[in-house]
Design a protein around this ligand. Structure first.
Ligand SMILES: NC(=O)c1ccc[n+]([C@@H]2O[C@H](COP(=O)([O-])OP(=O)(O)OC[C@H]3O[C@@H](n4cnc5c(N)ncnc54)[C@H](O)[C@@H]3O)[C@@H](O)[C@H]2O)c1
Length: 283
């Protein structure tokens, strides 16, 4: 019986090429994968990672499989799934439930389908998966040993749940690792945001007035890269220290209402509404 839902399995060949290419830049995961081979430390453990993207994450999923784990996949964001990579992972024997651009209903249905595999470890990126489990499938939580959460917004959501006494199992805040926020958020998202906007709009950055809202880890990376391409970067911030840092890094800093009058490209890197509420008093 079909245990996956992806756009098109014929894309698997291209997806495998992408995964192989990404794997060349991941020597540590490849070493771990080799160490797992034949030992099956994760035998009978069901992992439910959310996210089929970026292309490097599938290497981790395959390493877990090599370690004997049953791995089931859904998306962490309806827009970030790479359909070819999803097809390739199905070919490698991983049930994937994710289609790029799926509507909200399908996105959550895919999360529910993945949850039906009764995971013991969840690996989330934004906390939609964990929130769904906590909201409608609490009976599954008894089976879960723990989880991981990748990104800033997800960590904020889960910390709120923990504070309210509503987080049922322990979750590692991956974003708290310096090797995550210092490098992935700043340099990775810095590059991929500029790349994504360029591909979507084909704009010339030089001379462009670019407003970066939020001067946190991602904001710093994006601002630096936009400036490097010749853009005039304007930063908006609600906290005084990052606002001052942005000014000393050489950007114009002003309230959003003023930036709206002159900006041509607006990039929001503020996180979710919770962080907005947390910082409102600093305006
Ligand atoms: N797609 C990816 O690859 C990726 C990777 C990392 C982070 N993220 C996401 O990017 C977002 C930012 O992450 P981060 O690590 O840079 O967070 P961060 O907490 O380091 O930075 C957010 C900044 O925004 C500021 N801010 C909050 N509300 C604001 C407002 N209304 N106006 C102006 N400034 C405001 C905060 O003061 C803070 O300095 C999060 O949603 C995170 O989950 C995405």
């Amino acid at each position: 019986m079909k245990n996956y839902d992806v756009r098109d399995l014929t894309l698997a060949k291209e997806g495998k090429l992408r995964i192989d290419w990404a794997g060349k830049e991941m020597p540590v995961v490849n070493l771990i994968k080799e160490r797992f081979a034949g030992k099956s430390p994760w035998r009978e453990c069901v992992f439910l990672p959310a996210s089929i993207s970026p292309r490097k994450r599938p290497i981790w999923r395959l390493a877990l499989k090599e370690g004997g784990a049953e791995v089931v996949l859904c998306a962490s964001n309806p827009l970030s799934t790479q359909d070819d990579v999803a097809a390739a992972l199905v070919d490698y024997g991983i049930p994937v439930n994710a289609i790029r651009g799926e509507d909200n209903e399908t996105y959550y249905q895919h999360i529910i389908t993945a949850l039906e595999h009764k995971p013991q470890i969840t690996m989330d990126d934004g906390a939609d998966l964990v929130s769904t489990l906590h909201k409608d499938y609490t009976d599954l939580a008894a089976n879960v040993i723990g989880g991981t959460e990748e990104t800033t917004t997800g960590v904020i959501r889960l910390r709120n749940m923990a504070r309210a006494g509503k987080l049922i199992y322990p979750i590692i805040a991956v974003n708290d690792a310096q090797t995550k926020h210092f490098f992935d958020n700043r340099y990775g998202t810095g590059q991929s945001t500029i790349d994504g906007i360029t591909r979507a709009t084909n704009i010339l950055w030089a001379g462009r007035k670019v407003v970066v809202c939020g001067y946190g880890w991602c904001g710093k990376g994006i601002a630096r890269r936009a400036q490097g391409l010749g853009a005039l970067v304007i930063v908006t911030e609600v906290q005084p220290i990052p606002a001052l840092e942005a000014a000393m890094d050489g950007y114009q800093v002003m309230p959003l209402i003023k930036a709206c009058e002159i900006g041509e490209v607006f990039i929001t890197t503020t996180g979710d509404t919770t962080s907005l509420i947390r910082h409102t008093s600093c305006r």
